[in-house]
Design a protein around this ligand. Structure first.
Ligand code: SF4
Length: 246
């Protein structure tokens, strides 16, 4: 970045801090939509820095992905997989969705949450939360499909934990949404049921964690969609997003 660019970024950042401080002084604790005219100079000033940071994180993730692609720590999974399923999305995402393990569609396509459950997750993100799928990061406890979509074994989750933690260290999300009991219990190292974990925030190494039902469970149990939407609204509120009534 040039000296002029840095100076412009500094000025824009100071202006934004002043604006935020004045809003805070006026009692504003959450920001919904800030007028784009006010954000435009700030966005323009910090865009080059954001791009450079995204490139740096993408490169770091690519290093881990190469190790994962060659991983044989779980012999049965390595033998049966079509390919590893690493994770997808914005390397600078504020929010990461954590699932259980790849299924048949994911194993075939090499991307998490692309089958029917994946389509429902995309709807939850885009139609419900008004975010774009590409703006969040999506990953799983396991990077290989368990045969027959069986539940991951504890040893498999332990084998793959290093990769999960390295991905999270690179992305540094502020929020993780655990989808289903396997994701929640493994991440938080607990045996508490998903019904008791959901509906409130937990902490994982300084990251705020919200647990809710897995989209595959919602396909089988449509009645669970209402409490799941309540969880997502809780998450949106904590993220400072506008929460729709419906
Ligand atoms: S599940 Fe994870 S640890 Fe096990 S073989 Fe696949 S990449 Fe390696």
């Amino acid at each position: 970045m040039t000296q002029q660019g840095e100076a412009a970024a500094g000025r824009a950042a100071r202006a934004m801090v002043q604006k935020l401080e004045s809003l805070h002084g006026a009692g504003v604790t959450h920001l919904g939509k800030v007028p784009w005219d006010e954000m435009r100079p700030v966005a323009a000033a910090i865009a080059p820095q954001k791009t450079a940071e995204a490139d740096r994180r993408s490169a770091a993730l690519a290093v881990v992905a190469r190790e994962v692609a060659a991983c044989t720590r779980c012999p049965e999974l390595a033998r049966n997989r079509t390919q590893t399923v690493f994770g997808v999305g914005n390397p600078c995402a504020r929010l990461a969705f954590l699932g259980e393990a790849p299924g048949a569609d994911e194993d075939r396509q090499g991307e998490p949450f692309v089958g029917r459950a994946g389509k429902l997750l995309t709807d939850m993100i885009e139609k419900g939360m008004k975010l774009e799928r590409k703006d969040v990061y999506i990953l799983n406890i396991l990077r290989c499909r368990p045969p027959g979509n069986r539940t991951p074994l504890p040893i498999e989750a332990a084998n793959c934990r290093e990769y999960l933690d390295r991905q999270l260290q690179i992305i540094r999300p502020e929020f993780i949404c655990c989808l289903g009991a396997v994701a929640a219990q493994n991440l938080l190292d607990t045996t508490v049921s998903i019904g008791k974990l959901r509906g409130r925030f937990h902490d994982y190494k300084g990251i705020k964690v919200l647990c809710t039902y897995h989209p595959a469970y919602l396909l089988r149990n449509p009645a669970a969609k209402r409490p799941t939407w309540d969880d997502l609204k809780l998450l949106m509120d904590e993220m400072g997003m506008a929460v729709p009534e419906k």
